[in-house]
Design a protein. Structure first.
Length: 160
């Protein structure tokens, strides 16, 4: 757990910023009825892999998981609840988007050579997980002290 107020402040701000990015994406995608097929059909590198998720039988599940995944990850990070659970899913999404935007060695356009913001976000999320960001002015610290968590120690890693 970070000791200084500066460390705690930086962790809190990073958690809120990354959380808001996911939360807003989820809200917008649900509100606008975003269709992931358009995104998936423009993938260049690994097109064969990503086209599986755009198949008509799979696409409704892909849409659901993308929209609600963004929303739930965002809620988790902003509130600081279950950060250790949502964090790995957020990293997986960022790495997936990284490869989906790739036209090796460029990522998305000629201005991003090998590295882009998806890798930066993934790294920040790993940092947040490692530093127990949900305990820094978040709900994980409160939930960890609940009687239910103390009685059932197998639940502790979810918020610990």
């Amino acid at each position: 757990m970070p000791q200084s107020n500066l460390d705690r402040g930086v962790i809190f701000v990073l958690r809120i910023l990354i959380g808001w990015t996911f939360l807003y994406a989820g809200i917008w995608q649900i509100w606008e009825n975003f269709d992931t097929a358009g995104f998936l059909n423009h993938v260049v590198t690994f097109h064969g892999f990503f086209s599986v998720f755009a198949r008509p039988a799979v696409l409704p599940y892909t849409d659901f998981l993308v929209k609600w995944g963004h929303l739930l990850i965002g809620l988790s990070l902003v509130s600081g609840l279950l950060v250790r659970v949502s964090g790995p899913f957020a990293v997986l999404l960022m790495i997936t988007y990284y490869f989906a935007h790739m036209q090796f060695p460029f990522i998305e356009d000629h201005l991003n050579y090998i590295v882009d913001y998806h890798l930066v976000y993934a790294t920040v999320i790993v940092y947040l997980i490692a530093h127990r960001a949900g305990h820094v002015w978040g709900l994980d610290g409160l939930v960890e002290r609940l009687l239910m968590i103390r009685r059932h120690p197998t639940l502790r890693p979810l918020v610990g």
